[in-house]
Design a protein around this ligand. Sequence first.
Ligand SMILES: Cc1cc2nc3c(=O)[nH]c(=O)nc-3n(C[C@H](O)[C@H](O)[C@H](O)COP(=O)(O)O)c2cc1C
Length: 217
Amino acid sequence: MGRLSVLFAAFGRSQPGTAPSHDNERRNKMKVVGFNGSPRKDGNTGILIHKVFHELEKEGIETELVQLSHKNIHGCIACYKCMENKDQRCAVNDDAANEYIEKMSQAQGVVLGSPVYFMDVTPEMKALIDRVGFVSRSNGGMFRDKVGSLVAAARRAGSVHTVDTMSHFFLSMEMIIVGRAIGMGRDEGDVEKDKEGLMLVNSLGQRMAWLLKMLYR
Ligand SMILES: Cc1cc2nc3c(=O)[nH]c(=O)nc-3n(C[C@H](O)[C@H](O)[C@H](O)COP(=O)(O)O)c2cc1C
């Protein structure tokens, strides 16, 4: 029994890697899924997520990036059917929400990234949070103990509020938050010139890799 298994057993909890949503076969095969809330696929948010991924991949952790703007995802319609069905799916099956729920379920780590739009996340990111979050809550917490990181790209103001919005999703999901990184710039690629932002995002990726290895290897 590893160090962490002993610790979790002592507190009467299952280790994250052995929680119902992760089976033992997947142990040691770590995966992080990132969601880019920007309509600009290769824009600043995408660049920041890729920098986190670069650090993860150096440590042998698999990554997958989902561009939220590529497939439609709309907001929750408050039908509350997920609370009745309890089948780990959204009852509204007309967009990519269930695909994203599955991707999140299969990963050990999640990166949420959004540009700042009027001091907050984009509508696509908010739709993801509401749809995925409600299904998880209706099913007893599907993402509990997964590891989460946040990135935001801003021209000038509102990045802290934007990161807050996404961090509340992680907190609500009872996930373990590694941290956040903010990159500054307006035009696509501008974040590459933000030296402090780059330092923060590299450090975020390294710390996420470290935590995942502590928990799952
Ligand atoms: C509709 C819209 C609203 C925006 N609102 C803000 C804002 O409130 N604060 C800010 O600093 N930048 C704002 N921006 C600028 C973007 O956050 C910035 O250009 C960011 O780098 C874009 O990231 P992306 O390339 O990943 O899309 C806004 C941009 C758009 C298109």
